[in-house]
Design a protein around this ligand. Structure first.
Ligand SMILES: NC(=O)c1ccc[n+]([C@@H]2O[C@H](COP(=O)([O-])OP(=O)(O)OC[C@H]3O[C@@H](n4cnc5c(N)ncnc54)[C@H](OP(=O)(O)O)[C@@H]3O)[C@@H](O)[C@H]2O)c1
Length: 259
């Protein structure tokens, strides 16, 4: 067993494993010898992926279909993994509601708060004591560069990711003395289904990374928390914005959205 599997294995729970960055996490974790528990709503996709991971990497891969917008989902996931030796939680599922605040669907906003904030909080709450007791392992939260400051026309989404950043930073400091690594991953634009679901043509996005590269970089930097931005372009951009007077930065961002 390699160093990575010894530190974070034997079992990783990956939410949002049916597509994009989460699918890449699941595939690369299986490639590193970890058994995986795959969580998302589209169980057909999860089943195909689980079979592929078993065949290719000889690991155990199980499927937990769940709608993380449902308040009972995280309790059911924690119950289902209670007997497994979970060494790594990859809390990655999430989605964005964009546009002029107040003009979108209020129900979608509530679902986004559940999936992006409630689910990571409850999954980490359930697994942190177990990780602390075993004295090794990790939690990886997929946040976003949008969590680094309020982003106009993405107000609710950037607020959910600011929440994740605060949660991840706090847990990094709490769990480090117990030998548990916490990384809050802040991707910039990534070529997944997410931009299209938000009505954005991905080819118009700057420095688009592949989900493979985002997941790979995050796993390579799992010990380098509290937060990690995989894209050099977005590291520089947000470094510049965060160094500006906040009002100027927000006005510039709002203008760049063409509004
Ligand atoms: N793509 C980007 O540019 C970008 C940038 C920064 C951060 N991120 C973050 O990266 C993470 C992964 O997104 P992605 O880009 O890989 O997008 P994606 O391809 O759309 O994947 C999103 C994943 O989340 C799952 N999910 C969404 N709603 C869910 C729900 N109600 N219950 C359970 N699972 C749910 C989806 O599974 P089902 O639909 O099967 O349920 C899917 O597996 C998200 O947290 C996102 O905010 C993405």
């Amino acid at each position: 067993m390699g160093d990575f599997a010894e530190r974070y294995g034997p079992v990783a729970v990956v939410t949002g494993a049916s597509s994009g960055i989460g699918r890449s996490f699941a595939t690369q974790l299986a490639g590193r010898g970890l058994d995986v528990v795959l969580v998302a709503r589209r169980h057909d996709r999860l089943r195909v992926l689980a079979e592929e991971l078993r065949d290719t990497h000889g690991v155990s891969a199980s499927v937990l279909p769940a709608d993380l917008a449902d308040p009972s989902a995280t309790g059911e996931i924690l119950d289902a993994v209670a007997s497994l030796d979970v060494g790594l939680l990859v809390s990655n599922a999430g989605f964005g509601v964009k546009g002029t605040f107040g003009e979108g669907d209020a129900e979608a906003l509530s679902s986004m708060l559940m999936v992006n904030c409630q689910a990571p909080t409850q999954l980490a709450h359930g697994l942190a004591p177990r990780l602390r007791r075993r004295g090794r392992g990790g939690i990886l939260f997929t946040s976003s560069v949008e969590g680094l400051m309020g982003c106009p026309y993405s107000a609710g989404y950037s607020a959910t990711k600011a929440y994740v950043n605060a949660l991840g930073e706090a847990l990094w400091a709490e769990l480090a003395p117990a030998g548990v690594d916490v990384l809050t991953l802040c991707p910039g634009a990534t070529d997944t289904e997410a931009p299209r679901l938000q009505g954005i043509d991905p080819t118009t996005l700057q420095d688009l990374m592949s989900p493979y590269d985002v997941a790979h970089a995050a796993l390579e930097h799992l010990r380098d928390g509290p937060t990690y931005i995989p894209s050099a372009h977005y590291r520089d951009l947000f470094g510049t914005l965060l160094a500006m007077p906040r009002g100027d930065a927000l006005t510039a961002m709002a203008r760049s959205m063409g509004r």
